[in-house]
Design a protein around this ligand. Structure first.
Ligand SMILES: *Cc1c(COP(=O)(O)O)cnc(C)c1O
Length: 389
């Protein structure tokens, strides 16, 4: 069912076994990425076999890491709509504007894609307790899948995380600690305590499989566009798992023979108050040092330091993309525009993609005739304490 071979470090390229629990590369401390026997996978992922499968992300099971179906923990994630944005498109004079609406995932955000995979695989490899630092959506998704797997979850969130995220975690019976600090401080607590407590750390890119779940967004785009890809993707980037995952998916699909060598321009959208990737992109740096005094109402973008920074920057540069920051005010305006033109009540992170699109149209980095995809990464419902409309 899975054609997983092993894990390869994204930096030093050393290979490791995929059949024991792994966090960062034991050799250099960077993220590990899963490798598959894609030639074998291609033989079973044919147009005929794919057509007969359901729409959840498990339709790509050959290129997903779970070896035994018995360990799959699913709430029906993936298979989200790719909506043609007709009214927003006419406002911006664009005929080919689309929204990939990830808010329809279980727990209301695309974090479900990553965490169903991390939880399923951790369970398969014998983890007995799971821990995560989160800005909200990742914690909610972890708690849901951990509950369904029957595993205890330990979540650490900044103390100003909107109440709905905290409530949804507590409802599952998870242990919830609110930390006086940012997500990086929460991550430090997990790192310090995990060994003693026996927790498996499922932080973004500190284990290899969340990115495998998120890469399925790339597979879905190719299928939804009938084997083609858009000209550019606007992605609100915090830890960058989705961007790194989709970039990986494009390479895998090329090897599988599903697409050619064309790639969308990968555009990372960040907040003005926390823009480490934008700064690194503009400065020509390979890594993105920590952003001091991070602040933005888009909690998913309040990530001052990303472990996968070099992978994100690599995808942005190799694709001919860019990185751009927008103000909180413009994000809220973006939420209004998405809701009033397309009926989608989006998270501030997604409002940011609308603001970024307008800026990139204005400065010519996006042409109005291009085929563009905005990612609505999560629903706005849980954020209502954070802004007034
Ligand atoms: C986590 C999150 C992001 C950032 O996702 P990454 O893949 O970590 O960059 C964007 N939007 C929402 C709604 C999120 O919850």
């Amino acid at each position: 069912m899975s054609f997983l071979i092993d894990l390869e470090c994204g930096k030093c390229e050393t290979h490791f076994s995929a059949d024991v629990l792994q966090n960062l590369c034991p050799a250099c401390g960077k993220p590990l990425l899963a490798r598959y026997d894609l030639a074998a996978a291609a033989r079973s992922m044919t147009p005929e076999t794919m057509a007969a499968r359901g729409s959840t992300l498990w339709r790509y099971r050959e290129v997903l890491p779970v070896r035994d179906e018995m360990h799959i923990v699913s709430l029906g994630e993936g298979g989200t709509p790719l909506l043609h944005a007709g009214r927003l498109g006419s406002l911006l004079d664009m005929a080919e504007l689309y929204i990939k609406d990830e808010s329809l995932n279980p727990t209301g955000s695309f974090k479900a894609r990553g965490l169903c995979m991390a939880v399923s695989r951790a369970k398969e490899l014998g983890a007995t307790a799971l821990a995560i630092p989160s800005a909200g959506n990742a914690a909610g998704a972890l708690c849901a899948y951990a509950a369904r797997a029957g595993l205890p979850a330990f979540v650490f969130m900044p103390k100003d995380t909107p109440a709905a995220f905290v409530a949804e975690c507590r409802a599952t019976g998870a242990s919830v600690e609110l930390v006086d600090g940012l997500i990086t401080d929460c991550g430090r607590i997990v790192a310090e305590r995990k060994e003693h407590e026996g927790w498996f750390d499922v932080s973004t890119l500190k284990e290899p499989y969340r990115v495998e779940g998120k890469k399925t967004m790339g597979y879905e785009l190719a299928e939804q566009f009938d084997g083609t890809l858009p000209d550019a993707i606007l992605y609100p980037a915090g830890g960058g798992t989705g961007m790194i995952g989709m970039w990986k998916a494009f390479d895998e699909m090329e090897t599988l023979g599903w697409i050619g060598s064309e790639r969308p321009r990968m555009i990372a959208v960040q907040a003005e108050g926390c823009r480490p990737i934008v700064r690194a992109f503009e400065q020509g740096w390979e890594d993105a040092p920590e952003w001091e005094t991070a602040h933005t109402l888009a909690s998913g973008l309040r990530v001052p330091r990303a472990v996968g920074d070099f992978l994100m920057l690599r995808a942005i540069r190799r694709s001919g993309g860019c990185a751009i920051a927008v103000s909180d005010e413009d994000m809220v305006q973006g939420i209004r525009i998405l809701a009033s033109h397309e009926g989608i009540f989006a998270a501030p992170e997604s409002g940011a993609t609308v603001a970024a699109l307008r800026a990139l149209l204005a400065d010519g980095r996006i042409d109005r005739a291009e085929r563009i995809v905005l990612f609505n990464t999560g629903s706005g419902h849980k954020y209502v304490d954070n802004f007034t409309l």
